[in-house]
Design a protein. Sequence first.
Lengths: 660, 281
Amino acid sequence: MTTTASPKAAPDELCSVPALLARNATRYARQMAYREKEFGIWQSWTWAETNDQVRAMALGFVALGMKQGDYVAIIGRNRPALYWSMVAAQSVGAIPVPLYQDAVAEEMAYVLDHCGARFVVCGDQEQVDKVIEVQETVHCIDEILYLDKRGMRKYDHSHMNWLEDVMREGRAAQTRLEPELNKRIAALGWDSTCVMLYTSGTTGKPKGVVLSNRNIIITSKNSSEFDNLRPGDEILAYLPMAWVGDFIFAIGQAYWTGFCVNCPESAQTMMTDLREIGPTYYFAPPRIFETMLTTVMIRMEDASPIKRRLFHHFMEFARDTGPKLLDGKPVGALDRLKYALGHALVYGPLKDTLGLRRIRVAYTAGEAIGPEIFDFYRALGINLKQLYGQTEASVFITQQPDGEVRSDTVGVPSPGVEVRIAENGEVFYRSPGTFESYYKNAESTASTKDAEGWVATGDAGFFEEATGHLRIIDRAKDVGKMADGGMFAPKYVENKLKFFPNILETVVFGNGRDRCVAFVNIDLSAVGSWAERNNIAYSSYQELAGLKPVLDTIQAHVEQVNESVAQDKMLSGCQVHRFLVLHKELDADDGEMTRTRKVRRRIVEEKYADLIDALYADKDSIYTETEVTYEDGRKGKLKATLEIRDARVFGTVAQQVAAE
Amino acid sequence: MNGQGGVMLDTNPDEGYTTADGRKIGGVAMEMRNITLRFGGVVAIKDISFDIRWGEIRAIIGPNGAGKSSMLNVISGFYHPQEGEVIYKGYRRPRMRPYQVAQQGIARTFQNIALFEGMSVLDNIMTGRLHHMKANMFQQAIWWGRAAREEAENREQVEKIIDFLEIQHIRKTPVSRLPYGLKKRVELARALAAEPSILLLDEPMAGMNVEEKEDMCRFILDVNDEFGTTTVLIEHDMGVVMDLSDRVVVMDYGKKIGDGTPDEVRNNQEVINAYLGVAHD
């Protein structure tokens, strides 16, 4: 069990999300709780209205026969009503299990079957169709509920309900069912399960992480206080609801603090909606910050020469001054003046365009972020910080306090979290947010969490002595040895490669071998725009990826990385000797990545074994056929002949083969 | 089922049939009686009769030059046939002026997209609401009272259609910047904005790739399902037509050679001949 002392931190009556909702409904009755853009307008709900909606839904759930301890799956894009359905499920004593909406039916089947979901709340017809498909093999589902009525008229509704109808029935039965609902809410305590989240699992089947009210609420409280979150803050909820971060930000912290959750109109309008809302608290994985920066750079290439020069001049200046100002370090009066001018001319308008003008706190996590990218946003005066966390910890393990922000560390332990480094370099933590168990998997629980509550993160890292900040090197199990005994840390090299805008993804191999090789995925938007500017025609990703000038550019990038890797004595053996550019993007639908877009190394290794062999054999090109899965689940074949390139490697390496 | 050559006017909306997937099809919305259409010496349509029922998806198919688009223009009232009559909502339809054509509740999309290229998607769709706006030029100019209220009401309708067709992300984008498939969808949106009682689609899938076709099919079915809109469509892609429509009229050289459910039509020898090509005299 967790070793948390009694939860003095929060008054005892606030020990569940429904209890927090009831508090907010009176304390922040007229402040905004949710906004969603629909029909071109931001529709909004105050906390009092939210409470009313959630209670109606909860009563409806009771009327439908939802019991305490039932599992309720939620599948769909971020919409207020789906968040409410989670809180409503908690209110009746059931356990919400949000799923990834882009998961294909078979992935869904495993999770639905594993948790034995009796109810499934779907966003729209697309999700309902998948659930119906799943029902051929999974028989635990009693009722399907859906939010968007479109296209649903013809379905057999004997076990299907429109969410609106459920709420209506709930309201109609209010007098009869209210005492029951109140009783169930009162029965919720610190140890009741708050939510169950399935980890995307870089290896094997997903595991259901059981998080209690104590985990979620204490973590939300601590982290909200750490960053001084307050009512009136705004966030944009656009990350998958199945991801623990979304649950902590859009439910945990939002309900604890009483700030407003904004839902975009659709996935494609996210950037416009971001700009309209101008959130004050923002989370995005590095990839999104990368994409934003790439867009800015592409658009600056097209700008007039004066604007372009202005932009580059002031950005160059801000790179040094911006972070200093953010951290409250001394800056001369002249520089301050120049920064103010830059703000009026460049930084302000740019932040406005990106929708980041009002940001007080922004976080990035999940992957390493390129120092260039990180510094760009800090230079603009955006308080972008890093945190390190995982589902099992209710997100927070370490985070960077204001004023101590750097791109290569992940910060100091979050409040209430203890961190230690094992002898092999693996990071362990213990915190109030530490998960209860893996659902129906005592074995994994025992191997991850020891009797004293210490959890193994699976990441290798160390504390910097001077600052006390944690630095993460790689996944502990991915760190291996080269044939000559040198350290092999693929992530370290991959991250360096991915910092180039032209490279979207890369996988480095070399464990137990005498040298390293790599697969590279080009970034279609960056490389595509370059091709357009240079009048280079291409008809597909595959063709673009195989063009000679593209390969030349990538080769230059690889060599640049090799040069920088060579600086590090411990890791100089990890230089990439040969590489190829893959003919398709690594994709979650093909199982090559997780839904949170982390590469599944082992699967890639098996699937492309022929390519790896070719990289180690001294071939110049290789013909390959790859099976791909389309979005609707159909399969097809991609055929390609890939060119293999040698890259220059640099000094200090005890390598007899100079691959040229 | 086969409303060929009906003499009595069918005005009872309860009369109709139920489709295989359980939709209720109502009584006759429009009936073509022995239509013949000539352009000078060319006979485009020769003595064709069929009906369209409320709520159904009715397809007109046929090889190139069979007279499908002419037929669609007769349905919309843009062409007036030299012989025969069109019974619409129980009344024989007279020859009409273009503005009367526009006011009778029949909206259409075009084979070659006919949108205002320089205007945004939103503005284009708003033009579909023209007949729902009553404010005069003066009221529009001072923008107070009726004009402003009307704009808001119409915008709401338009936004519902934008949401329905999932084009929120291009709401403010000029049409000229859109790819072909999306333009087709915007055209459909504009036609829907008029809240038509009959929707005419002239080759809605022409020039689309498989994915765009699938999307379009889904939207046509959803529109019919959600709003109960009676839909008449012309299409070349036989697969699409057979999956989509409740009843199909087959034309060849201006004549009707088949009429019935997709299955009936598929097994009709004359239709097979027309499509596989048999020597004509």
